[in-house]
Write a protein that binds this ligand. Structure first.
Ligand code: BDR
Ligand code: CA
Length: 312
């Protein structure tokens, strides 16, 4: 079977980096490009980090683009407290030599969707939705060419991780999220409810280290750093490994369980800004606009990561 074509839109971030490595290790997927956005750290760092990951995996053939430097309306909020100053703290980093493409990320997304028509491209979104919303505003015709958007963001029963009500990716650019959730494009949402069940325990980090290849050791070093903040915050055995669930869903959808629901994004209330209002019990009468995943088989998820990152 021909590999599934994807664009990864991302703000690396250690968990974004693991997601990208998972995609690179999986022959079922063809990464058409990586588009970067400001989020965990400013854009200058997220695009640099994306190129570091490509070089680590020997995939300097993958085009990397820089996109939006800030959210559509609100000022940028970053998360160095979680990811470190570089966004990728843990392993020793280097200055990447592979070039950043000159084209803007939004233009790459638009051009790709106009040439690769008939719903063959899936957008995998691992950060704030700014680039995707801007592409949809610039070229509304692309909506019908998108197979689906699979994104990490939001929460329902689990609450928020940046405010009591909001998850980071949606909170950073709620206006962009609103554009995407109202677009009518098929959406699959990987929220905190699910990612908080995919924890980087000590033994799992050891497994990455023992893969013995560069990507495995780099992953272990990233997760070693990443885990500190979240373990303290949640009092849990490890940190949630959020973003790789987006890619894992494409590879093994049977690991996930969820429900078609209506999701609206709060963009007005100061108290609940960026909240995903999930109509889990279908009480609003609003039409479902997303598949909201709530369960993951976490052992199978990590086995998939070990296997695929081990191939790099
Ligand atoms: C999301 O926010 C970022 O910190 C992570 O990379 C992930 O995409 C989790 O809320
Ligand atoms: Ca991310």
């Amino acid at each position: 079977m021909a590999p599934r074509k994807i664009i990864i839109d991302t703000d690396p971030g250690q968990d974004d980096a693991v997601a990208i490595l998972l995609a690179f290790g999986s022959s079922e997927l063809e990464v058409l490009g990586i588009t970067c956005v400001a989020g965990n750290v400013p854009l200058a760092l997220t695009q640099r980090n994306a190129r570091i990951i490509c070089e680590l995996a020997g995939r300097t053939d993958i085009p990397v683009f820089a996109g939006a430097v800030r959210p559509m309306v609100r000022p940028l909020v970053t998360a160095e407290n979680v990811h470190g100053k570089s966004g990728l703290n843990g392993p020793e980093l280097w200055e990447p030599t592979m070039p950043l493409r000159k084209e803007h990320a939004v233009d790459f997304i638009v051009k790709t969707l106009r040439t690769q028509r008939d719903g063959v491209v899936t957008l995998c979104v691992l950060g704030p939705l700014t680039n995707i919303a801007l592409a949809l505003i610039k070229a509304p015709d692309i909506a019908e060419h998108i197979h689906e958007i699979v994104l990490m963001g939001g929460g329902c029963f689990e609450g928020g991780n940046i405010t009591p009500a909001a998850e980071f990716n949606i909170y950073v650019d709620p206006h962009a999220a609103k554009v995407v959730f109202q677009s009518g494009i098929p959406l699959v949402v990987m929220p905190l409810d699910l990612t908080h069940k995919a924890l980087t325990t000590r033994s799992r980090i050891e497994r990455f280290k023992n893969l013995g290849n560069k990507a495995g050791i780099f992953t272990a070093e990233m997760l070693d750093f990443f885990e500190r903040f979240d373990m303290e915050k949640y009092g849990s055995e490890g940190a949630p490994l959020h973003d790789p669930n987006v890619i894992a869903y494409l590879l093994k959808p049977e690991m996930y369980k969820g429900r078609e629901v209506n999701i609206e994004i709060e963009t007005e209330s100061a108290l609940t800004m960026g909240m995903t209002v999930v109509d889990w019990w279908r009480v609003s009468g609003r039409e479902p606009n997303a598949m909201f995943m709530r369960e993951v088989d976490d052992d199978a998820f990590f086995e998939l990561l070990f296997e695929r990152i081990g191939r790099l």
